[in-house]
Design a protein around this ligand. Structure first.
Ligand code: ATP
Ligand code: MG
Length: 500
């Protein structure tokens, strides 16, 4: 349904006796209209320009002055100076069915793919709204497992956390977000994926992958592709977070993904240039920092008395030539609670997910890990950084002592253990089995070529033959008895491998 038809419908439904104010178009250029004659226009209000008796075009007010205002036309219809503009005092709102899943919305919350909303359940949600107050928040303490071992063990994410995924193009950023969604199956978490300025084909692929893995049943997609107007691209993440916040206020756990905020910043830059605002660093407008902070601040963990809901945000940023010091990357890094930094050279070497151990961090840390993961993942980050440092030196020298050789081998084993295909999230039990096997040093004597096969067998074993141990480990439990039993199982597993 085109915007025009919706607006027409809205206009038809409007009570004719309801008061509206009249103004007029002063000038029109590049999709922006200057309007005058209004006394009380509001920021983010939707006004309609009367093109003819029957046709009106909506516009979004983005700047308000004493005598005039600037609004962005939401339609391609040409507009003339002197045309009438009507204001109904309607701030831009998202009108959606909050129970609906498996749908693709546009930036205004109109269904573009999937079943239609139930009209009885429609709610109106402000697109620009306040973030939860300080007093309403609680520290992040519950894990949001992504099923990706490298993330859950080293840069884990908690419910209510904002964790940035950053890296060059084609380094697996979207795949990490997609796996995180897939791993929420049966976890009572609503997922919202918001695509900003992406190719239509990438979004179609993503939706079909979500569908194939059964994740569409608890997921909603907001889509403002590259072919849509900058206004839609600017609004899409705000619409996504509005629905997310609404669900969080109902006590639900929500995961929102913004893919990606670099393109969002570019859309805002275009809008600002059209509005003739002065530009600053890297030609971005001065308020681009505020743009992203007011978006990301709307996430968090609410206190129990408000239902204890949470909104976890995974913004994605694309860098150029691994440069994380650009204006937009540094802005978003400073707003979030940590970042997952993906390196293209690791990705090209086949170390996927290509997470840089040194540059990735989670500022929530162990507070949001289960006991079982925390106990087993403790040393891994340190060991890996030690290994990467040594590895770069050892390329030059030969005749290494046995201690160094052991550290190098252990590092190679760890690196292999963290390699994981996309679309294959690991259960907590498989994750802990991999970590424990590494810390017991049982793999340090094995040929590296054999490792992928052994790891695959371990994953199968831990799924099939761990019995009650699997129930405990999946629940994140850890005790001395569990440790003894796991060690026994792993030792037997290694013996069975050696016999073959
Ligand atoms: P873009 O910059 O185009 O948005 P991106 O950084 O989001 O790219 P993806 O689209 O997630 O990257 O992944 C790029 C390619 O790498 C895809 O074909 C994907 O299947 C593959 N890939 C991603 N992660 C893995 C992985 N862990 N193992 C194997 N292949 C992977
Ligand atoms: Mg991507």
């Amino acid at each position: 349904m085109s915007l025009l038809t919706t607006l027409k419908e809205t206009l038809i439904n409007i009570d004719p006796y309801q008061s509206f104010e009249l103004g007029r178009v002063d000038s029109f250029a590049d999709g922006v209209i200057n309007i005058s004659g209004f006394g009380n226009l509001v920021y983010m209000e939707v006004v309609s320009v009367q093109v003819s008796d029957r046709l009106s075009v909506p516009a979004l007010v983005l700047e308000v002055n004493l005598q005039s205002a600037k609004a962005l036309l939401l339609d391609q219809t040409p507009v003339k100076a002197g045309m009438e503009v009507k204001s109904y005092n309607q701030i831009l709102k998202l009108k959606v069915d909050p129970e609906l899943r498996g749908v693709v919305y546009d930036a205004f919350g109109r269904v573009i793919l999937g079943e239609d909303s139930d009209l009885e359940r429609l709610v109106e949600i402000l697109i620009e709204d306040n973030a939860p107050e300080l007093i309403d928040r609680e520290p992040v303490s519950r894990p949001l497992s992504t099923g990706i071992l490298a993330i859950d063990s080293m840069v884990n994410i908690g419910k209510g956390q904002r964790q940035l995924i950053i890296g060059d193009r084609q380094t697996g950023k979207t795949s990490i977000a997609l796996d995180a969604i897939i791993n929420q199956k049966g976890q009572n978490t609503v997922c919202i994926y918001c695509s900003i300025g992406q190719k239509q084909s990438s979004v179609t692929n993503l939706v079909s992958q979500l569908k194939a893995s059964g994740a569409l049943d608890y997921t909603v997609v907001f889509n403002a592709s590259a072919n849509e107007s900058v206004a839609m691209q600017y609004l899409a993440p705000f619409s996504a977070v509005s629905l997310g916040q609404y669900l969080m206020n109902q006590g639900k756990d929500v995961l929102v993904i913004y893919d990606d905020l670099s393109k969002h910043a570019v859309a805002w830059r275009q809008l600002s240039l059209l509005l003739k605002r002065p530009v600053g660093r890297e030609a971005f407008p001065g308020d681009v920092f505020y743009l992203h902070s007011r978006l990301l601040e709307r996430g968090g963990q609410l206190v129990e008395s408000l239902g204890g809901g949470s909104l976890t945000a995974l913004p994605i940023i694309e860098t150029l030539a691994n440069d994380v010091t650009g204006y937009i990357p540094t802005n978003v890094i400073s707003i979030t609670d940590g970042q997952i930094y993906l390196e293209s050279n690791l990705f090209n070497k086949g170390i996927r997910p290509a997470i840089s151990v040194g540059l990735s961090v989670s500022r929530v840390g162990g507070a949001a890990q289960t006991k079982a993961i925390k106990k087993n993942a403790g040393k891994i980050k340190l060991e890996l950084s030690q290994y990467r440092e040594l590895a770069s030196f050892s390329q030059i020298g030969s005749g290494l002592d046995s201690g160094t050789k052991a550290i190098l081998k252990h590092g190679q084993v760890l690196t292999q253990l963290l390699v994981q295909d996309n679309l294959k999230p690991l259960s907590p039990t498989s994750q802990i089995a991999r970590l424990k096997l590494a810390s017991l040093g049982l793999l340090d004597k094995i040929d590296l070529d054999r490792l992928p096969h052994i790891i695959e067998q371990l994953d199968n074993q831990s799924l099939l033959n761990f019995g009650e141990l699997k129930t405990w480990l999946d629940a994140g439990k850890w005790s001395d008895e569990i440790e003894v039993e796991l060690t026994t199982k792993l030792t037997h597993f290694m013996e069975s491998i050696k016999l073959k």
